[in-house]
Design a protein around this ligand. Sequence first.
Ligand code: SAM
Length: 315
Amino acid sequence: MSLYNNKHASNKASPLQKDLLQKDAIAESAPQNFTRGDFAGGLYLLATPIGNLQDITLRGLSLLKSCDILLCEDSRVTRKLLQFYQIKVPKIVSYHDHNGSRMRPRIIEWLKEDKCVVLVSDAGTPLICDPGYKLVLMARAEHIKVHSIPGACAFVTALTLSGLPSDKFIFLGFLPRQTKARQILLQSVQHLPMTLIVYESALRLVKTLHQLHDICGARKIVLARELTKFYEEVRVIDSAAIPDDLTLKGEYVLLIEGQMLQNNDDDWQALLQQAMLKMSLKQAVQTTAELSGVKKQTIYHYALELKAQNSDDAT
Ligand code: SAM
């Protein structure tokens, strides 16, 4: 079942034409009159678009215009954004997992010279499955001011589109590559009564869906692909019946419906027992009620029974 997709716009155009059509449409409305801001020296974490180049804040553009040094993962990707908004940056420096430990001391030196240093990733919010936290840690240790300029993030965009509960969710980033490690992680979250979110490559999608089914059983899964881009697609499937027409290209966010506890006494009672091992009775009841949706009073009565049983066993 498809919630919607964007493909209908120009089905007859070639992929290249479609790309150009979209870029033209965006370029016409790209704001050029944002001002150079008054940004103090410090480290700025700047969210950039996850597809649609217009998804960046005015403060973000102003910051790009004002910064002294721009740290990016792949300068070719970041230059496209800069070219689109006709922004020139004095210095662009690569910062990624492979040169991070060598670069960090140099970056800290620049920050100590009161430079305005901006960190971006190829897409979305830096540090979210992207480099940056070690730099933030080091900057903080040196009492350097760190600012975050919020914006696009793939999993948040996917969650808001999914139609799955969004009040409680757990974001797992990319699942481990190794089958065993994936299995252990998925087993550790399979009973959580909240939406599970993972990033996944199109190539591993089908394998991951089968593994999810093996471990978590039949669940509703939302596949959010190519968000904010021309081929954006949000598709709802059942992990027990994986369709064979999935598009195996592009970028994916997977959202898995959490385990529903409220109809199953065994589940909330097991949760309560676990909680009572780690917290006070009052806290355990509160936590179980929040996670299961079961009435606090029902849980409280059962908790008292358990407590009485435990003290009988002890004597
Ligand atoms: N920092 C990014 C963020 O804020 O979401 C995530 C970077 S992570 C290296 C890249 C992964 O994010 C992709 O493999 C994909 O799972 C997901 N992703 C990024 N852009 C996406 C998009 N436009 N649509 C769907 N998923 C996307």
